[in-house]
Design a protein around this ligand. Structure first.
Ligand code: KG4
Ligand code: ZN
Length: 349
């Protein structure tokens, strides 16, 4: 069974073809990826300091058909080989989601194929199965993206229990807002991470919000405010006039920010593993590409005897492969039968 996946929830247009044969035969899941094409609109939104929904929708419209052609070519596959079409149903930007769902439904209607609407976070959640070290169910998923921060107990495909989530900003959002405060372009997650590598730990005492709370929830807005306070203090001291002092201030502050955020994410993950008795943790979502978080989780896993599984770095941020793959697993679970209704249904929230 070959499933076409279409992701258009935000500022990435991603298409992919996934063949379930290898999965069904017990081979590594990534062998089923036949082809994929991705376009990121990041450069287009950068000058506005964030994603402009109307521009995002228009660009998805422009890109989706050429990207399908590219995916088919890469997979050396004809349209007629496709068995079903999976698309991101939500959450995301309504207009952007409508482009993907309308395209998916129309294509499927023309080819008389079933469609399946996928929850964007389910795509992220299952993507670690496409990595080199495959987690066994049940596992804990730490989902850290631009819009979400959640800890989930994953007992199987479609069996997800929310254990905790952020009460305010998402981890990626905290990265992006901090990046803005330090004069870096949107989205600044990767740039903050690179800057932190050059900085010294411990120069700033930033909060580690909810580190000791008994629940598995998070809160990151206070951390961002603490960064802002430091920036204002530094500016008031006149330090910004000296270029090299400013550069090391930025690097050290980025380092402290990353240290605090990583400490909270690691500690709550440990707590979730302990509470559920799970021995496997997967990291998913855009912030899952973060080097410091990855290495801190690996160290904790060695110390606390749990195994950490990462999706391939290129599948951490939004892409079509995770949607094709989630759609494929859903179709298999439901004996190839499950489809979404005929309407152009999206669920932005
Ligand atoms: O999963 P994703 O592509 O989109 C959403 O579903 O939100 O995640 C995007 C987020 C952005 O906030 C971005 O700054 C962050 O992931 N991100 C990173 C890194 N790469 C992307 N954050 C920290 N370190 C990175 N290396
Ligand atoms: Zn995402």
């Amino acid at each position: 069974m070959i499933v076409l996946g279409i992701e258009t929830s935000c500022d990435e247009t991603g298409l992919a073809l996934y063949d379930t044969t290898s999965w069904e035969n017990g081979a590594p899941a990534h062998q089923g990826i036949l082809g994929q094409a991705l376009h990121t609109q990041m450069a287009m939104h950068r000058e506005y300091g964030g994603v402009v929904p109307e521009l995002a929708s228009r660009d998805h419209i422009r890109r989706v058909l050429p990207l399908l052609e590219e995916t088919l070519k890469q997979a050396q596959c004809q349209l007629s080989a496709i068995h079903s079409v999976a698309y991101t149903q939500g959450p995301g930007l309504a207009g952007a989601l409508l482009v993907g769902s309308t395209f998916a439904k129309s294509l499927a209607q023309g080819l008389r194929l079933p469609t399946i609407g996928i929850h964007h976070l389910e795509g992220h959640l299952l993507s670690p199965l496409l990595g080199e070290s495959v987690p066994q169910f049940p596992f804990i998923a730490l989902l850290v993206s631009g819009g979400h921060t959640q800890l989930m107990l994953v007992s199987g495909v479609g069996r997800y229990q929310l254990l905790g989530e952020t009460l305010d900003d998402a981890a990626g959002e905290a990265f992006d807002k901090t990046a803005k405060l330090l004069g870096l372009d949107y989205p600044g997650g990767a740039a903050i991470s690179a800057l932190a590598e050059k900085g010294q730990s411990g120069r700033f005492e930033l909060p580690k919000p909810m580190l000791h709370s008994k629940d598995l929830d998070f809160s990151f807005s206070g951390l961002k405010t603490a960064v802002l306070t430091q920036v204002k203090k530094f500016e008031a001291s006149g330090g910004a006039a000296d270029q090299s002092a400013l550069a090391s201030f930025h690097a050290d502050l980025a380092r402290s920010f990353v240290d605090s955020l990583v400490a909270v994410l690691v500690s709550k993950s440990e707590k979730a593993l302990k509470q559920t008795g799970c021995k496997h943790l997967v990291l998913a979502g855009g912030v899952g590409a973060n080097k410091q978080l990855r290495s801190a989780l690996t160290i904790s896993g060695k110390k606390n005897h749990f195994e950490v599984h990462y999706p391939p770095v290129e599948l951490c941020t939004d892409n079509g492969v995770m949607i094709a793959f989630a759609g494929a697993l859903r179709m298999l679970e439901n004996n190839n039968g499950s489809t979404t209704s005929g309407a152009f249904d999206i669920k932005p929230r």
